[in-house]
Design a binder for this molecule. Structure first.
Ligand SMILES: Nc1nc2c(ncn2[C@@H]2O[C@H](COP(=O)(O)OP(=O)(O)OP(=O)(O)O)[C@@H](O)[C@H]2O)c(=O)[nH]1
Ligand SMILES: [Mg+2]
Length: 589
């Protein structure tokens, strides 16, 4: 299916033409017939071989209903602009064209209607001139009459050509359906309608309103019940859920978890009152079928930060309109960043404007570079394709669902290496700086990110980042070790007592560090000997009749049970002795 919206000044013949094309009256309200003008959006369709079903969203042209007009046009990629031959170029023709241009609508056909009432030549020339500087500059312009039917075949042919050129949206795209009508049907309950621009809605799907979930009980398209509908399509959904009263025109129904709902965004102002004239402080933002009040803060000549009165699901690259209801002035807005950083410091706006210079393309490299650190989930929600290939070619680092730019990773790596160096100076015996400490220090959301930025010669060992260099013992510890070594040179197996160790200032950690540095042998906590004492012991014990008892070993080495037990255990472990089942030992080799 294809969907085309109408546009044009009040009474210029939009509804008449749509009725002539489809055989159905888009004006369904009694009031519309009584007043002879459209008030609400009208929905009718026909089949245009060979392109198939074409649905029309017929909009009202009266100036009071411009919001409704924008809601009709917003989600629709193609337009039928209607201009009366017997009426000069009128304000809403200009306003609607400005809106279409601001939204970047490039697929259109212009019908010069009521050509049975006046020569269509002057109006055609005027329209062509007005189109020339807009996104619709290539649109064909042709005379028609809704009354006599003149030109309708030609119009159908042009519409078919236009539709054939429309890009085919992805059937598996994330759904964002802007509700443009909501009503209640007896027995069925709440029904909403909208133009589905892409993706597929199925019976049984769950959709999100941003604050609540709804279930799709039924799908209709062109008044037929269906199992599913795939965009582009006009759809009617029968909904079930708890908070259906909150749903109305402007509600966006989205694939759950797939969209970022934001109340702050940075946009580029693409067209409007003239170069350098930015929107006022409180414009309305129109996108899809919704409009919302905003606060507009200029960042530069053509960039603004918007704060929305309520959050909307927006993506990079979305096109929207800003409108000043007072002056009726319109501006186009291209969404550059729906998840912008806060502007805290003075001068932050100018810095931000520079950062946004090449934003808006939703490319992974640019998005990661600008953000430094961002979750893959957020980027996907913003419409950025995140796959291995893109991550690789962006030179980004991906760890634990987070993406880090190369530049940020380098600066984090520098910070890690400074922190580890400082830590090893102050606590040389700690064996490195724990990853958990570095997570805090760097302010990153995951230990895996710290692990990923550690660069050689630094390495991660049992949860700590270490330089891997042997610790240089602090002076105090070196002195304590020296004292112990002097004691042991006289009597190699008379390991200093706990009192003596306290006296020289060698605590458990110090002894362990000295052992690790190869300055002492430490067969057990509290027992320190000279390095090589184990080989010396094996030599002396080899002089005993083999096998020997623990007690014989103690006597031979001239030491106590406190020392000989852990020493023998150490000799067993290192293979210098072998222990027999009766607890006697022999020296090996
Ligand atoms: N003679 C003649 N009259 C037309 C033609 N098209 C529309 N009209 C008449 O013009 C008046 C307005 O037509 P509509 O089709 O309601 O105009 P509209 O553009 O839909 O108006 P709004 O929806 O209110 O913006 C009606 O009285 C129509 O009968 C035409 O081609 N020839
Ligand atoms: Mg109408």
């Amino acid at each position: 299916m294809h969907v085309i919206a109408t546009a044009g000044h009040v009474d210029h013949g939009k509804s008449t033409l749509v009725r002539a094309l489809t055989g159905s009256d888009p004006d369904r309200l009694e009031e519309e017939h009584r007043r002879g003008l459209s008030i609400e959006l009208g929905y009718v369709w026909t089949s245009l071989p060979p392109v198939g079903d074409v649905a029309f969203v017929d909009v009202p042209g009266h100036e009071r209903f411009v919001s409704t007009m924008l809601a009709g046009v917003g989600p629709v990629p193609a337009v039928l602009l209607v201009v009366a031959a017997d009426d000069p170029w009128m304000p809403q023709a200009a306003e609607h064209l400005a809106a279409l241009d601001a939204l970047g609508v490039a697929h259109g056909v212009v019908a010069v209607s009521r050509s049975d009432l006046a020569d269509p030549g002057p109006a055609t020339a005027r329209v062509r001139a007005e189109l020339a500087s807009t996104s619709l500059r290539a649109a064909p312009v042709l005379p028609v009459s809704g009354r006599t039917g003149a030109g309708l075949d030609e119009l159908r042919a042009r519409l078919v050509e236009m539709v054939e050129q429309l890009p085919a949206p992805a059937p598996d795209a994330d759904v964002r359906l802007w509700v443009d009508r909501r009503f209640t049907i007896k027995g069925a309950g709440t029904v909403v309608t909208g133009t589905l621009p892409a993706g597929t809605v199925r019976v049984g799907d769950t959709l999100s309103t941003g604050t609540a979930s709804v279930r799709v009980r039924g799908v209709q398209s062109l008044e037929q019940p269906r199992e599913s509908a795939t965009g582009v399509a006009r759809v009617a959904l029968n909904l079930a859920g708890d908070d259906l009263d909150a749903i109305d025109r402007g509600t966006a129904l989205t694939t759950p978890e797939a969209w970022h709902h934001t109340d702050a965004l940075d946009v580029r102002v693409t067209s409007g009152a003239g170069s350098g004239i930015l929107p006022p402080e409180r414009p309305l933002l129109h996108i899809g079928a919704t409009s919302v009040g905003t606060h507009c803060r200029p960042l530069s000549d053509d960039l603004v930060r918007l704060r929305l009165d309520r959050p909307l699901p927006l993506r990079i690259g979305d096109r929207a309109l800003l409108r000043d209801p007072g002056s009726r002035q319109l501006w186009g807005a291209a969404v550059l960043d729906p998840a912008p950083p806060r502007l805290r410091r003075r001068g932050a706006a100018a810095v931000r404007a520079r950062a946004l210079a090449d934003a808006g393309r939703a490319d992974l490299a640019g998005e990661v570079a600008r953000r430094g650190l961002v979750s893959a989930v957020l980027l996907r929600r913003l419409g950025v394709a995140v796959d291995d290939q893109a991550v690789h070619s962006a030179g980004a680092l991906l760890a634990d669902g987070w993406l880090m730019s190369d530049e940020r990773a380098t600066s984090e790596a520098d910070q890690v290496s400074r922190a580890v160096a400082e830590h090893e100076r102050q606590s040389p015996l700690a064996g490195g700086l724990p990853l958990s400490v570095l997570v805090e220090r760097l302010g990153v959301p995951s230990v895996e990110l710290v692990r990923a930025v550690v660069r050689p010669p630094l390495r991660v060992e049992s949860g700590r980042v270490t330089s891997g260099r042997d610790a240089v013992l602090p002076v105090g510890l070196q002195r304590a070790v020296e004292a112990v070594r002097r004691d042991l040179e006289a009597e190699p197996f008379a390991a200093p007592t706990a009192d003596r160790l306290r006296e020289v200032g060698l605590d458990n950690a110090g002894a362990a560090a000295a052992a690790k540095a190869g300055l002492l042998l430490r067969p057990a906590p509290g027992v320190v000997l000279l390095p090589g004492a184990d080989r010396l012991a094996a030599k002396w014990l080899a002089e005993l009749p083999q096998p020997f008892t623990t007690s014989e070993a103690r006597v031979r080495l001239g030491t106590s049970r406190r020392v000989v037990l852990p020493l023998l255990a150490h000799l067993d472990r290192t293979g210098l002795t072998r222990r027999h089942p009766d607890d006697r030992r022999e020296v090996t080799g």
